[in-house]
Design a protein. Structure first.
Ligand code: PGA
Length: 255
């Protein structure tokens, strides 16, 4: 029985991987393996160029489509950008905003991330807001301060009500793609912090908010992480590119 009363969610962030043939093979394998056959909600976030194809392939399956990023602006003269309305038009339901790779490699700050979050919601997309500290920040004891700053930047712009239709992902930067995952206890501590901050604004929304863990989640560590009371699933990078592994992670989220 899932005592959390929140439907677990497992999202695969393919990052910048895969050509069309590989995308098709992976999606086919996930459908065949019944990745979304259980109680957990399963989302795939392929690169923009594969969204239409993957969306068509997912039609009639229980797997949902998401994107990895979105422009904060409405359609217009923004060369190279993708508007939220375009993602919605392609059938996306979710979009990742504020991933640490966007923050670190593309200079996205809290204010821009907040605007992306709101742009997504204007078009009915559910933003998956990523927060998380670097190793240096953790080592100097700034985890709480960084995570709350990133969360508050969105809370103060969008308001607590906006989180009724949003997901938060705690992704410690030092655990992403490194094979070094947070311990279940470390994850739980920050997830609880996020939920307590939300509860200060709105207890009902805090209780229903799904907070995902991300950072080197694999089939063999997912179960213990997802068993933590405030961990409601995962945002999966590398392991989402392997059908068997990702399906096992989806199983582990079923609670
Ligand atoms: P990882 O990536 O699972 O490869 O560590 C997670 C993420 O960046 O979302």
């Amino acid at each position: 029985m899932n005592l959390k009363l929140r439907r677990p969610l497992v999202a695969g962030n393919w990052k910048m991987h895969g050509n069309r043939a590989e995308a098709e093979r992976l999606v086919g394998a996930l459908i065949a393996r019944g990745a979304a056959a259980g109680t957990a909600e399963v989302v795939l976030c392929p690169p923009f160029v594969h969204l239409a194809d993957v969306g068509r392939q997912l039609a009639g399956s229980r797997i949902t489509l998401g994107a990895q990023d979105v422009c904060a602006e409405e359609p217009g003269a923004h060369t190279g950008e993708i508007a939220a309305s375009m993602l919605a038009d392609l059938g996306c339901r979710y979009v990742i905003v504020g991933h640490s790779e966007r923050r670190a490699l593309y200079g996205e700050g809290d204010a821009l991330v907040a605007r992306k979050f709101q742009a997504a919601q204007r078009h009915g997309l559910v933003p998956v807001l990523c927060v998380g500290e670097t190793l240096a920040e953790r080592e100097r004891g700034a985890t709480r301060e960084v995570v709350l700053r990133q969360l508050d930047a969105v809370l103060s712009n969008a308001g607590a009500d906006a989180f009724a239709a949003a997901v938060v992902a705690y992704e410690p930067v030092w655990a992403i793609g490194t094979g070094r995952t947070a311990t279940p206890g470390q994850a739980q501590e920050v997830h609880a912090l996020i939920r307590v901050r939300m509860a200060e604004k709105d207890a009902r929304i805090a209780a229903s908010l799904r907070v995902l863990y991300g950072g080197s989640v694999k089939a063999d560590n997912a179960g213990l992480l997802f068993a933590m009371p405030d961990v409601d699933g995962g945002l999966i990078g590398g392991a989402s590119l392997k059908a068997e592994e990702f399906t096992a992670i989806c199983r582990a989220a079923e609670g």
